[in-house]
Design a protein around this ligand. Sequence first.
Ligand SMILES: [Zn+2]
Length: 168
Amino acid sequence: MQFPNYIDTRKAFDQGMSFQGRVDKKRLLRLVEVMAQPGRLEVDASLRVFRDDNNFRRISGAVKGVISVYCQRCLNPLVLKIHDDINLVLLESEGELTNLESGLDPWIIDGTYLDPSEIIEEQVLLSMPIVSFHDEGECSNDIIDGIMVEDSDRELKENPFDVLKTLL
Ligand SMILES: [Zn+2]
């Protein structure tokens, strides 16, 4: 079953439902914001919603795919592989946190509808490194080094004392 835009939490968890497939980019706008342009963004996910033995409403599944991001060393795009598990418990307020088993992360909703793409988006963001770099030796550093050498040459030539010399 493909991802619906909204899951009605009043029924879906009691029935137990599964969804999987490619997630529409238009529903992953926070990822579009951080991706390198032009670049790739392909996210496949699987989600299962159910009630566990302790009567908690659980969301489990996985995300995988690719996203292009900028290398923080050479500022060129690189393709990052995404692979992470989803293991959440649905709560309606922070107050319910105290009853929580360890190892489960809370997903707090306001109202009765759950947007699966928000969960998937959040999980992808959490799984991404804070900064990304190309592998050693794969950066286009030559260009940057070239520019820096040129800049320092110019600074030497434009020494402010040269101006003083011409005044003297
Ligand atoms: Zn790089």
